[in-house]
Design a protein. Structure first.
Length: 274
């Protein structure tokens, strides 16, 4: 099969499953998040060279256990203590902050097994758990989650196209040689325009200031998330995080931006919007 056709078809299937789960029902949303979280955790454990049985078992036990609690809270089955959501949001923002530093700093400390284990767990737990904690009104989450993904896809696509057509100045040549300053700026600008002018045509109830801030978070956070995963892959000598999605690589390759953007977007929405 033609590589471009393969990539396009698998992308359509991926987007269809994701949006179908988000909009079908709250149970469908939880099911999609569960599937993505488990696949991301498997790939993250491999990227961080945690291949022994005990670290993998503990990683799954922690992340799945906490994710189940958040899911039951989201679905109205249990009520978590009031302080849980602010604590988890603060942890999410702090962890993203640490990962941003790691994009530009050396990562020798990731040789310590407990550090790698904690990192893999938080890296793949918080982005999927925080949306389940902040959305108490089940009528709101499809719009905000869909807008987040649309902004991420826009940023990824137009950063690639802008870099391909206009790219001259490397953004982080030692981490990802193909990333350029022009690609970053082009992706961020089109993402901003999408948030301000395109999404409101389909979601008039979403506030313009909210979409502006979500766009800014995505433009910066999405690029840093991409660079961070590239650094992890380079550290392990890998081109892709996996091969589950034909023509795209692994699930982490498709969600590297989301893993940075969602914790920051969740914090913003919780503090200023919801």
């Amino acid at each position: 099969m033609n590589p471009l056709l393969k990539r396009s078809l698998s992308g359509i299937v991926y987007v269809g499953i994701l949006l179908g789960g988000i909009w079908f029902s709250s149970w469908g949303f939880v099911a999609v998040l569960t599937l993505l979280q488990v696949m991301c955790l498997i790939e993250a454990l491999t990227l961080l060279n945690l291949n022994r049985v005990l670290p993998r078992f503990l990683g799954f036990a922690l992340t799945i256990g906490l994710f189940v609690l958040a899911s039951r809270h989201f679905l109205g089955r249990i009520e978590l203590p009031t302080g849980v959501t602010p604590i988890m949001l603060s942890l999410g923002a702090a962890h993203v902050g640490i990962m941003i530093l790691l994009v530009f700093l050396k990562t020798e400390h990731l040789e310590i097994v407990p550090v790698r284990w904690a990192h893999a767990s938080l890296y793949t737990l918080l982005p999927f758990t925080l949306p389940l904690l902040i959305f108490t009104d089940l009528q709101n989450y499809p719009l905000y989650i869909t807008a987040t993904f649309v902004l991420i896809w826009t940023n990824d696509s137009f950063a690639y196209l802008s870099g391909k057509w206009l790219g001259k100045h490397p953004l982080a040549s030692t981490i990802s040689p193909n990333k350029t300053v022009e690609g970053f700026v082009g992706g961020a600008l089109v993402t901003l325009a999408t948030g301000l002018f395109v999404i409101p045509q389909f979601s008039p109830s979403m506030d313009g200031l909210t979409l502006l801030n979500m766009s800014l978070i995505t433009g910066l956070g999405g690029t840093l998330g991409d660079l961070y995963e590239s650094k992890l892959k380079r550290r392990m000598g890998l081109k892709d995080s996996g091969n589950l999605i034909p023509g795209h690589g692994g699930v982490l390759d498709r969600l590297d931006s989301f893993l940075f953007v969602m914790p920051l977007t969740s914090l913003y929405l919780y503090l200023f919007v919801l």
